[in-house]
Design a protein around this ligand. Structure first.
Ligand SMILES: NC(=O)c1ccc[n+]([C@@H]2O[C@H](COP(=O)([O-])OP(=O)(O)OC[C@H]3O[C@@H](n4cnc5c(N)ncnc54)[C@H](OP(=O)(O)O)[C@@H]3O)[C@@H](O)[C@H]2O)c1
Length: 276
């Protein structure tokens, strides 16, 4: 750890994800504001970032990359080709690590645009990065070495947990953890509705439902106990939880969630083919 210290970092596109990474790096003291340059499209947003984080800001992606050893590509997928074109010449001058979070944009298309001097890592974080609880998967390009991977792990480790995968599995990651927050928000909302139907105030029901999801996940994460074992522990014979589990099984909760991941993965594969 602590390999990031002193590394000059350029964040191109400091929106939701770029801003979360910036905030996470500073909060975890992995980087100092003097070592970071952040870019955005609009003056107003740049002023806000500069005020909030005390980092250097500019609309000039090229100038930002020139100052950086590590470049975080956090613009929208549709904008990434334009940004890569903008920084192409400066990228050719010396080796840097580029980490792209752009959904559906393959490593090889970034490598083709930036040339062999570019070590590229592709990452798929998710939106809980905003509260330092992201699930991120990273995949290596052909010029990315183990030390680049360690740097990427430090960056995403600042905002949550990180796994290494083959790039061919990035669509599956998108279907599971990339899109997964949407599924879990529906679960929280539906549990809340259940509580309201049975007489709880919406505020109380939402609070209880949210903490139930958070706490149950934390118990799996912190104990390492398989969720099926934990489920068995809370289902008393003849009790309330097993009656509800029967209802969930009859309604097809498991196949429905598996299908959700499969469908989102397939959609990601289709979009990746369009995005290159
Ligand atoms: N959000 C997610 O849950 C999530 C999850 C995984 C991966 N991702 C990936 O993360 C990337 C960013 O998503 P996001 O949700 O953070 O989007 P976002 O909030 O819209 O951020 C994009 C940022 O890019 C800036 N920008 C636009 N054009 C630019 C340019 N030419 N040069 C420099 N900056 C420019 C925008 O600036 P202004 O603010 O000034 O307009 C904005 O701050 C995407 O590629 C997405 O696929 C997102």
């Amino acid at each position: 750890m602590d390999m990031l210290r002193g590394t000059k970092i350029a964040i191109l596109g400091t929106g939701n994800i770029g801003g979360a990474l910036l905030g996470g790096l500073l909060k975890a003291s992995l980087a100092e504001s003097k070592d970071i340059t952040a870019t955005c499209a609009t003056e107003d947003h740049l002023a806000e970032i500069s005020q909030r984080f005390g980092v250097r800001t500019t609309q000039d992606n090229r100038a930002a990359v020139e100052t950086g050893d590590l470049v975080l590509l956090c613009v929208k997928p549709v904008t990434l080709p334009l940004v890569l074109e903008e920084i192409r010449e400066v990228a050719a001058q010396r080796q840097r690590l580029y980490i792209s979070v752009a959904a559906g944009i393959q490593i090889r298309s970034i490598e083709q645009r930036l040339g062999p001097q570019a070590a590229v890592i592709r990452a798929m974080p998710n939106i809980p990065a905003l509260v330092d609880a992201a699930a991120t998967a990273i995949a290596f390009g052909q010029h990315a070495r183990d030390e680049h991977g360690a740097l990427a792990e430090e960056v995403f480790g600042a905002v949550g947990t990180v796994c290494r995968v083959q790039e061919s599995l990035m669509d599956a990651v998108t279907g599971l953890s990339g899109s997964g927050p949407a599924y879990i928000y529906m679960v929280i909302e539906a549990l809340t509705d259940g509580g309201v139907k049975m007489g709880l105030s919406r505020q109380t029901a939402l609070r209880l439902a949210t903490q139930t999801v958070l706490g149950s996940a934390k118990l799996v994460q912190e104990t390492g106990v398989h969720p099926a074992v934990l489920k068995d522990q809370v289902t008393t014979p003849g009790g309330t939880a097993i009656a509800a589990v029967h209802e969930l099984e009859s309604g097809g909760l498991r196949p429905m969630l598996i299908n959700a991941v499969v469908t989102a993965t397939r959609r990601s594969q289709e979009l990746s083919q369009l995005g290159g």
